[in-house]
Design a protein around this ligand. Structure first.
Ligand code: PTJ
Length: 244
């Protein structure tokens, strides 16, 4: 039990969620290492949503709203930290939810599916029942995708993604939105829209922005997307964490 007045309360709470998710078979072993890396970057950005992250969040909401087949990808860390918020976001857009694991095993797919169902998800793609396809014909478990989901999606939100798979997805011509606390990661650099923020803060903010923009003229939404410059935005995030 973490005392509420502990100066690192929020951060320790997330750690606890990660540990429990690991014990429950949701998290990949490497998920703990990934979380630790994210924690360090979050510390550097001051554990709050920055101005460039807010800009990226707005562009992400616009991209998800204009998409024909938007998909939210869920891995172990996302399920551990933001499962209910992902399900709520999917309902708001509306978008499909797909389980997409880098370290894929049938047991972990089942564990993530259970978490999503408990969080209110009705349809979950990417499970073991489906005949999954390979994005860009790369015969690797990293590139598997649901035919109704990521495989045919035009816009995919893939938080905390591994660099290899992010690259495969980008090369397949999709608009890739990621959430990654490390602005230098390959995923952050390769994606179309990178939100440099903690997933626990970013997802509720995307939902809020989506609600705000939902009835906006599609031409306005397209303008928001067009004016967003990911490289420039990443540079702005970097200046926040780089000592002057
Ligand atoms: O569940 P699986 O099998 O799909 O595996 C998931 C992990 C995360 C283990 C896998 O995709 C992986 O190895 O990812 P990487 O290459 O470690 O990249 C994860 C990125 O997420 C790193 O750049 C971290 O800084 C970042 N990150 C970690 N925690 C958070 C985060 N970004 C946002 N919010 C966080 N809470």
């Amino acid at each position: 039990m973490i005392p509420k007045d502990h100066p690192r309360y929020q951060s320790l709470l997330l750690r606890e969620k990660i540990v429990i998710a690991h014990q429950n078979g949701i998290l990949a072993e490497s998920g703990m290492i990934a979380h630790g890396r994210g924690e360090a970057f979050d510390y550097l950005i001051g554990e709050k949503t920055s101005a460039p992250a807010k800009k990226a969040i707005k562009a992400a909401a616009a991209a998800l709203l204009v998409a024909e087949n938007p998909v939210l990808s869920v891995n172990g860390n996302t399920a551990a930290l933001a499962s209910r918020n992902m399900v709520n976001l999917a309902k708001t857009i509306p978008a499909k939810i797909e389980i997409n694991l880098f370290y894929r095993t049938p047991e972990r797919v089942e564990a993530v599916k259970n978490v999503l169902e408990k969080s209110g998800a009705e349809e979950i793609l990417g499970t073991e029942d489906e005949d999954l396809k390979h994005v860009d014909n790369i015969k690797s478990p990293r590139s598997t995708a649901s035919p109704e989901g990521i495989f045919t999606a035009d816009v995919v939100l893939v938080p905390l993604e591994d660099g290899d798979r992010a690259e495969i997805l980008v090369n397949s011509g999709k608009k890739i939105i990621t959430i990654d606390l490390n602005p230098l990661s390959r995923t952050a650099q390769k994606s179309s829209i990178t939100i440099v923020d903690n997933i626990v803060r970013a997802i509720p903010l995307i939902k809020k922005e989506t609600k705000k923009l939902k009835n906006e003229d599609p031409r306005i939404l397209k303008k928001i997307i067009k004016e967003f410059d990911n490289k420039k935005n990443l540079d702005e995030s970097l200046t926040i964490i780089t000592p002057k």
